[in-house]
Each structure stands twice: as structure tokens, then as C-alpha cells.
Design a binder for this molecule. Structure first.
Ligand code: GDP
Ligand code: MG
Length: 798
């Protein structure tokens, strides 16, 4: 009987909990564990919730929840209970625990669910010993057939349900199966799939996964798969989707024992493959679902039967049955409002209706799961996708094609980006001229024109490049190509100890590390995600470009492209090395594998691409308005004060009197630089370079603008003039401040050292602990020092 039937004052023992995984987990945590004694302490008629006492605590459950707890009445137990059950369980003395609660008396209710003709009835006959009619045409099973058998002390009640392709509420069969799952809540669902036609069969599986029920997959007609010559790593597939998979041939009875073993293991909660995963549905659909899901979660009356995620998906699809279940909810009108706006967004960005979009995403999930686990002939969801994929993910063409695409992306970013960059530069100049002509001279004017406009202006010029890069990435993501790129890079990524999904965030790191670190959220495996977060700062972000432009232009103009490429390559190399080290020493074992979706290709709408570009670019703009603005003012102030001479005279003048002769002229910034410089001298860095590196900690864009301030003294960071100053011999030593060797070391140092503050904050937030931020600061700076030292001394040899 069910707990809800227990009358006031009566007691009963918990046998099991039905319903979806999250609900079972919650009740188990409340103490509803097999063998525990529960008492109904207070249940006024029609009163909801009902109060129960359990383990000496009082808990209240709604009737709908109590309905999901199976119990046996204490009075019906063979032996009266004398001592408290808790003590006996601890003493392992179960002799007086009612037999139904003991392991060997267990009843497991299983239901066979699968497409028509997948061999359910044959399996039913094999397991139960019945002789139901088996037919090679659909529709033979019109209603559920029941059977009962024993195995290893467990009693199995088995139901053969009608065949269905999905759990939509369209056909009578679909409706029947859904109502059965709702009302009878079987303990373990046996999802029978045809091994030789997994693409279509696994669709139903994704719906069952959404429901979050205990489940085992019978990979039936395994003989046909073997005959076809294809190979499937079913263990890996099972781990990826969190459902144990057992190969079976229900015609001959092969695999039935193992199937039962796994059913028992799942029932007892001992199967290691079992894990609740989310079949990913794309950002737009997920965003539409999650607020609805939150509202449904609060509705305890509907929660225990189906998982909130499943209900939210079906509600979004305007499923009639779910609509009826949800209609009574207090927040129904709010849900409808959310549904309308969610549907509109999805339909606008995809040009297809929500149901079709969800189905496409599910097939993408299945394609991805099979692409990684199955070899040989494989069908994909659509023909066009299959044809394009044949080229794009081809072993031979895949990577060269990808490199070509990346080249195109970077070309677009820098060549097209050069035009708006020029406009912005002109705008900044005009603004400066305006301030110059209209403000009275003094610290305020200096702060506005040198600190704010000079500093932020030198950063804002890169905004077009960043936005173009993000537009390209969004386009590749929305079209479905990025998923393939990640897929073909998967193998290489695995060699580094991370996952193919890490690839996109790493690529985004070339724009800005902040949104890139946030983009790691799609990586399900925690250790892979942490590693991806920690190596991301080594991806040379666009803020480092001005440093490279300046120094490469000054010292290596003959081999500019090569040196540029070498810098990016060095960053990637250090990232790979770090990933391997982390995998070797910190996170030795990767967690469970997960599916990389391969969504069907589609032409992205302009609106969606623009929206996604903006979503990523926003972070960069926020960074400029916040941290960079503040840092520019601070750097400016440290350089401006203390004032000794009349303000019009520059504090540091390279040609006239060197600062080392005249320490009274030192600004705070110079003082700091000179104190820290001994540490940096082995890298060939002078105090100005040191100051620039320190100033770059808030944001690396500030490195060049600081050098501009330090070298020109007249606040003009014009690169040409800055270059001549960099190579001009110093007044005291007669040596120039930078040589090719020290310039190289400086670039390496700026490339690798401590991530900018915004990135550190993002790391701490995403990784969930300040320790990871501290690691990034310490480790990266150390690595930067070591590599720069090596580069400097090797370069000196030439
Ligand atoms: P149901 O519609 O899911 O109940 O499927 P049935 O049990 O009626 O089986 C459909 C057809 O598939 C029958 O002709 C069975 O003999 C055949 N079949 C069932 N299991 C297997 C199997 O493991 N291998 C092969 N080759 N055929 C099978
Ligand atoms: Mg049948």
C-alpha cells in the first residue's frame, strides 16, 4: 500500500519510493529509506500536507508525495516490532524485520518501453516464460500485458507496453504509455532499442532521460548490429548518457541474465553507470525552459510524478496532457507568459517552431553520442547534415578545413577590424583636442585627457576586432560548424587531458579571457572544466596585441608574422603543458564521459548572431567601463604624483636628465618600478618595462598606454615615436632600454604572466573558490618569469 493510505495513528515500514530521480533523492535524504518506520501523526480529512513522524522527527508531506511512497502496514508485519528499528539495523539484526522489507523478498516492477517492432514482446516472453504473440508488424501489442517471474530472490512484475516512437500525446499508444508511467510508476524502465537503428530508437530514450526515471537500456537485436559490421562501444555510450546498456537478442534469449542483473543493480542504487544527465537543448531553448522549470518545482502537487524539466519541456511544446496537469498551479498564468516569450525567441532565432527545434537538438545529441561511440556506417538525422559532415568531420580534410576557417576568421577580424579601429582612433583624437581647447590646465584636465581618454581610448580601439571575432564565433556556433570543429579537435584535446568541448572556450580566449572562462559552463566534467579555466589565460587575448604590435614593429619588422605566430604558439604550448601537468598531478582521473552534440546544420539568422555576439561582447565593454577605467586613473595618478616641479614640465625626460640622476623627480610609479626591478633584471627588463608590466595587472591593455606615458612624457602614445624612444641609447649607460632579446623576453612575459584582474575574478567565480584565482596568479607569473628568462638568455646567444 501507499503511505497516503495510512490513517492517523497508524504505522508502516517504508518499502520503496517511486517517481523521478530528484524526488526519490529528496525523500531519501529526509529519511524515507527502506525499513524505516513511519507514523501518520496528523491528517485531518482533506488536509494537505500530512504530518508524519520518522526517526523521531516530524516531517510533512503532501498527499501527492505520500502517494509515491510504498509501505507495508506495521500490523501486517509477521513479527511485532519490539525494539526501535534503527538499533536493529545498526546491529545488522534483521530477523524481525518484515520479510517484504528484506532483500530476498523484493518486488521489482519493470516496464518494457520501445519503438514498435523492437522485440519487446519477444523479450517479455523470454523473461516471463509466457507465449505472447510475436509479430513482425507494428501494432500487435495493443494494450499492456502483465507477467510475473522470480530471479535471484527478487520477484519481477513485468509489463509489455505498446510500441511508441515518442512520448508526445498524439497517438493512443503514446498516450497509453505516458499514463502508465504516470499512474503505475514502474521501479525500473527497460528501454528496448534496436541496435541496428539507434538514431531513431534513441529518440524515445532522450524523452525517458528527461523524465529522470530509473532505467536500463536493452540493446536488442544485437545480432543484427554485429552482422552489419558496425561496432558500438555500448559501455562508453551508457556512461555518457547515464543509463546502463546491455546487449540482448530477445529472439534467442541472449543477455537476459545480464539484463536482470543490471535491473537489480539499478533498483538497489548500485549501478555505477547511473547518472542523471540533461539532454542539452541549446542556449535559447534552455533559457526558455529554466524559469518555467523553477515555477513547476514549487508545485509540489505535480512534482513527484514527472521531473520538472520534463514537464517544462512539454509545457513549452504546448503538450495538452501537461497543460491539464499544470493548469491548477497558482503560477499558471505566469508560466503561460514565460512560454509565449520563450517560444517567440526560439522561433525567431531558428525560423522553426519549438517542437521541431527541440527534436532537432535531440537528434543532434544522439548524433554526437553515436559519432563518438560507433564506428562503421551511421545514419544522421538529416541528409544535408550527413553530406556536409562527410567532408567537415573527415579524417583527412577535417583539420586543414578547420585551419582554413580559422585563418579566415582572423583575417576578417584584423583586416575588416582595421577600418572601425581607425574611426575610433580619430574620434578619440577629436575628443582629446576638444578637451585640450576647452578645459583649463591642471590636474583635472590631465586626468581626463591622459588618464581616462588616453587609457580607455587605447583599449576601446580593439572593440571592433573583438566584436568581429565574436560574430564569427557566434556564426560558427549557430550554424552547427563549431560543434564539428570541437568534435574533430576532440582527439587532440583528449591528449591534453581535456575534452573536445574545451575547444570553444579556448578559441574564445583569443578575444578576451573573461567570456571565455564563462563559456566553460558547457563542460560537464568538473576536472576538465577547471583545467580549461586555468589554461585559458595562456590563450593570447586581444589585449596583448598592442604590446606585440609595438615591439614586433620596432625590433622584428622583417619577420613580423613569424614572431606574431610564435607568440600565439608559445601561449598554446604552455597551455597544453599546463593541462598535462594538472592532469598528471592534480586531477588524475577524468570524470564520466559526456556527449558532444552534433546539431544539424542551419543558416543562422542575423538577429540570433547579433544577439549572441552582443552577449559575449558585453563582458568586454563592462570591463572597459569598470576595471580598466579605474586602473587607468590609478596608474595615471601614481605617475602624476608626487609633484615637485611646475606641472607643465614632464617628470621623466629621457634625453635631458635621466631619472636615476635625479631621484627627486620620481613618481610613485617609478619608485615601485625601481623597487621591483631587481627581480625583473635577469629577464633584460629595465624599470620602465617593469612598471608597464605591473600597470598591466588590472588589464593588459594598460601595458602599452603606460609605456606611452613613461617614455614620451608628453602623453602621446604614438607608436612610431615610442619605437624610436625604445631603441634610443640611455643618457647614462649609453645602452638602449630595449634590445631585440629583451623585447622578446618582455613580450613573452606579458603573454604569460598573471591574468588581468577581470579574468582572475571570472576564474574565482566560475571555479567556485579563490584558490583557483590565487593559483592562476602565482603559477602564471612564475611560468612567465622562467620562460622569459630562458628566452632572453637564448636570444642573447644570437
Ligand atoms: P514488439 O513489437 O516490440 O513487441 O516486437 P516483437 O517482439 O513482436 O518482435 C518483432 C520481430 O523482431 C519479430 O519478428 C521477432 O522475431 C524479431 N526479433 C525480436 N528480437 C530479435 C533479436 O534480438 N534479433 C533479431 N534478429 N530479431 C528479433
Ligand atoms: Mg509486441
Amino acid at each position: 500500500m501507499r503511505l497516503s493510505e495510512l490513517k492517523e495513528g497508524q504505522e508502516g515500514y517504508v518499502v520503496k519510493i517511486l517517481g523521478h530521480g530528484a524526488f526519490r533523492k529528496r525523500l531519501t535524504e529526509m529519511g524515507f529509506v527502506r525499513g524505516k518506520l513511519v507514523k501518520n501523526v496528523l491528517s485531518a480529512p482533506l488536509k494537505d500536507p500530512v504530518k508524519y513522524s520518522l526517526l523521531g522527527y516530524e516531517v510533512s508531506l503532501r498527499r501527492s508525495e505520500a502517494q509515491m511512497v510504498e509501505i507495508i502496514e506495521a500490523e501486517k508485519a509477521e513479527n511485532p516490532i519490539l525494539s526501535p528499528i534503527e538499533e536493529r539495523l545498526q546491529a545488522n539484526d534483521i530477523s524481525d524485520i518484515p520479510p517484504a522489507l528484506r532483500h530476498e523478498e523484493h518486488i521489482i516492477n519493470i516496464a518494457l518501453i520501445g519503438n514498435p517492432n523492437c522485440g519487446k514482446t519477444s523479450m517479455f516472453n523470454q523473461l516471463s516464460g509466457a507465449t505472447e504473440h510475436v509479430g513482425n508488424y507494428s501494432g500487435v501489442t495493443v494494450e499492456a500485458k502483465q507477467g510475473r517471474f522470480k530471479h535471484k530472490g527478487y520477484t519481477f512484475n513485468i509489463v509489455d507496453l505498446p510500441g511508441t516512437y515518442s512520448l508526445a500525446a498524439y497517438s493512443p499508444e503514446e498516450l497509453y504509455v505516458r499514463r502508465y508511467l504516470e499512474q503505475e510508476t514502474p521501479d525500473v524502465i527497460v528501454n528496448v532499442v534496436v541496435a541496428s537503428n539507434l538514431e531513431r530508437n534513441l529518440y524515445l530514450t532522450t524523452e525517458l532521460i528527461d523524465m529522470d526515471r530509473s532505467m536500463v537500456i536493452a540493446l536488442n537485436m544485437y545480432d543484427e548490429l554485429e552482422n552489419s559490421g558496425s561496432k558500438l562501444d555500448h559501455e562508453l555510450l551508457g556512461k555518457m548518457i547515464g543509463v546502463p546498456i546491455v546487449p540482448t537478442i530477445s529472439k534467442s534469449g541472449l543477455g537476459m541474465d545480464e539484463l536482470l542483473e543490471r535491473i537489480i543493480a539499478v533498483y538497489e542504487g548500485k549501478d555505477e553507470s547511473v547518472r542523471h544527465i540533461h539532454v542539452t537543448l541549446g542556449d535559447d531553448i534552455s533559457e526558455a525552459i529554466s524559469p518555467i522549470k523553477e515555477l513547476i518545482k514549487k508545485e509540489a502537487s505535480i512534482a513527484p510524478k514527472f521531473s520538472a524539466r520534463y514537464l517544462a519541456i512539454k509545457f513549452l511544446e504546448k503538450d495538452r496532457e501537461v497543460e491539464a496537469m499544470v493548469r491548477k498551479a497558482a503560477s499558471y498564468s505566469e508560466m503561460c507568459r514565460l512560454r509565449e516569450s520563450g517560444r517567440k525567441k526560439v522561433e525567431e532565432s531558428r525560423d522553426e517552431d519549438v517542437t521541431a527545434a527541440i527534436a532537432a537538438e535531440k537528434y543532434g545529441f544522439i548524433d554526437g553520442a553515436l559519432a563518438e561511440t560507433m564506428s562503421g556506417e551511421r545514419e544522421t538525422s538529416t541528409r544535408a547534415t550527413a553530406i556536409i559532415d562527410a567532408f567537415v568531420t573527415n579524417r583527412l580534410f577535417g583539420i586543414p578545413l578547420f585551419l582554413g576557417v580559422m585563418f579566415l576568421v582572423f583575417w576578417l577580424t584584423f583586416s575588416i577590424g582595421a577600418y572601425p579601429m581607425e574611426w575610433i582612433e580619430r574620434g578619440v583624437d577629436t575628443l582629446n583636442a576638444f578637451i585640450d581647447g576647452n578645459f583649463p590646465a591642471g590636474p583635472l584636465k590631465d586626468m581626463i585627457s591622459d588618464g581616462i581618454i588616453g587609457g580607455v581610448g587605447s583599449v576601446i580601439v580593439f572593440l571592433p576586432n573583438i566584436l568581429i571575432l565574436y560574430a564569427c564565433i557566434s556564426f560558427m556556433e549557430d550554424s552547427g560548424y563549431m560543434a564539428r570543429a570541437a568534435f574533430i579537435m576532440d582527439r587532440a584535446m583528449h591528449r591534453m587531458g581535456i575534452h573536445g568541448k574545451s575547444f570553444i572556450p579556448l578559441l574564445m580566449g583569443f578575444g578576451c579571457n573573461v567570456p571565455a572562462v564563462m563559456a566553460t559552463r558547457t563542460i560537464e566534467s568538473r576536472s576538465s572544466r577547471l583545467i580549461t579555466i586555468l589554461i585559458n589565460p595562456f590563450m593570447s587575448c586581444s589585449a596583448r596585441i598592442p604590446v606585440f604590435l609595438l615591439l614586433i614593429g620596432t625590433f622584428f619588422s622583417a619577420h613580423a608574422a613569424l614572431v606574431f605566430f610564435a607568440m600565439y604558439g608559445l601561449g598554446v604550448g604552455i597551455a597544453m603543458l599546463t593541462a598535462r601537468l594538472l592532469r598528471r598531478f592534480i586531477w588524475k582521473k577524468d570524470e564520466t564521459p559526456f556527449v558532444m552534440e552534433l546539431p544539424p546544420y542551419r543558416v543562422p539568422t542575423l538577429k540570433a548572431t547579433l544577439r549572441h555576439t552582443w552577449g559575449k561582447g558585453k563582458e568586454y565593454i563592462k570591463k572597459m567601463g569598470g576595471i580598466i577605467l579605474v586602473a587607468c586613473i590609478v596608474v595615471w595618478a601614481l605617475d602624476y604624483f608626487p609633484r615637485h616641479d611646475e606641472p607643465s614640465e614632464p617628470q621623466t625626460s629621457l634625453t635631458a636628465n635621466d631619472t636615476q640622476i635625479n631621484p627627486a623627480h620620481d613618481s610613485y610609479l617609478e619608485m615601485i618600478g625601481k623597487v621591483v626591478n631587481p627581480v625583473m633584471e635577469p629577464l633584460g627588463m629595465n624599470w620602465r618595462a617593469t612598471v608597464a608590466a605591473i600597470a598591466g595587472i588590472p588589464a593588459k591593455e594598460i601595458v602599452v598606454s603606460t609605456m606611452g606615458v613613461l617614455y614620451t612624457g608628453d602623453n602621446d602614445a604614438d607608436n612610431n615615436r615610442l619605437s624610436t624612444k625604445l631603441t634610443a641609447p640611455s643618457a647614462i649607460t649609453g645602452e638602449p632600454d630595449f634590445t631585440p632579446a629583451s623585447a622578446l623576453a618582455f613580450m613573452v612575459f606579458i603573454l604569460l604572466y598573471c591574468p588581468c584582474i577581470a579574468t582572475v575574478i571570472a576564474i574565482v567565480k566560475e571555479a567556485g573558490s579563490w584558490k583557483y584565482g590565487a593559483f592562476a596568479v602565482g603559477y602564471n607569473t612564475l611560468i612567465a618569469w622562467i620562460v622569459a628568462f630562458a628566452v632572453y638568455h637564448i636570444a642573447l646567444l644570437f
